[in-house]
Design a binder for this molecule. Sequence first.
Ligand SMILES: Nc1nc2c(ncn2[C@@H]2O[C@H](COP(=O)(O)OP(=O)(O)O[C@H]3O[C@H](CO)[C@@H](O)[C@H](O)[C@@H]3O)[C@@H](O)[C@H]2O)c(=O)[nH]1
Length: 240
Amino acid sequence: MAAKHKYSVLLPTYNERENLPIIVWLLVKYFSEGNIDYEIIIIDDGSPDGTLEVAKQLQKIYGEKRIVLRPREKKLGLGTAYIHGVKHATGDFVLIMDADMSHHPKFIPQFIEKQLEGDYDVVTGTRYAGDGGVHGWDFKRKLISRGANYIVQVLLRPGVSDSTGSFRLYRKEVLEKLVNSCRSKGYVFQIELIIQARHMGYSVGELPISFVDRVYGESKLGGHEIIEWMKGILYLFATT
Ligand SMILES: Nc1nc2c(ncn2[C@@H]2O[C@H](COP(=O)(O)OP(=O)(O)O[C@H]3O[C@H](CO)[C@@H](O)[C@H](O)[C@@H]3O)[C@@H](O)[C@H]2O)c(=O)[nH]1
């Protein structure tokens, strides 16, 4: 595959020093093999584990054209990390994914093909349709994810089978417009983006993906994030 567009990958990181070299290596591999132009934008939020130092080392290895560092001083939340990253993206398309290897770069050529086939504004990964799936989560975490998706389906009717996942490809100008119309800051951000995309009439395609739980490091989804998520969903229910 030799895509004619440039793709910007946004990688938000908080304490991902073990995962970052692996995901960056795989991203470089898949983009290079496909002869696809790309940049990887790392948005680190002052990780105490030294993720930024690892990112700087990767920039030395792969070059400043490919690895772009846009760090912030402290942890400001996942949603604002995406907003910050998209401001610096120079690609025609923006890929959003987790940096912990739960979203595997091997799916990127499929995202690109799907977008080109349907000329979609957004292609969103789904764990809950077709061959999609979740591997490695315990019962509690599966319940949280399924429950969250169910609540969103009932209250907000997002029109996609997996609204809480965050492995997505956006047309860059579409993402800029969506980001400007979103108010959420944390994990609810990706849900608001997909709801806004539907309200604004953008075309959304779904791609089944396998989500594999991280091996290194820990999830940042704690009680505080869940409470903020619930408040965010109720806010969206009341205002959209
Ligand atoms: N810069 C920055 N990055 C952050 C922050 N919080 C989390 N991250 C980064 O965001 C990614 C996802 O965070 P995790 O904490 O690993 O998410 P998860 O529990 O695996 O959650 C997954 O499932 C959720 C529910 O389906 C998804 O909403 C989420 O995006 C992700 O796919 C990781 O790369 C993590 O380092 C933050 O405040 N700032």
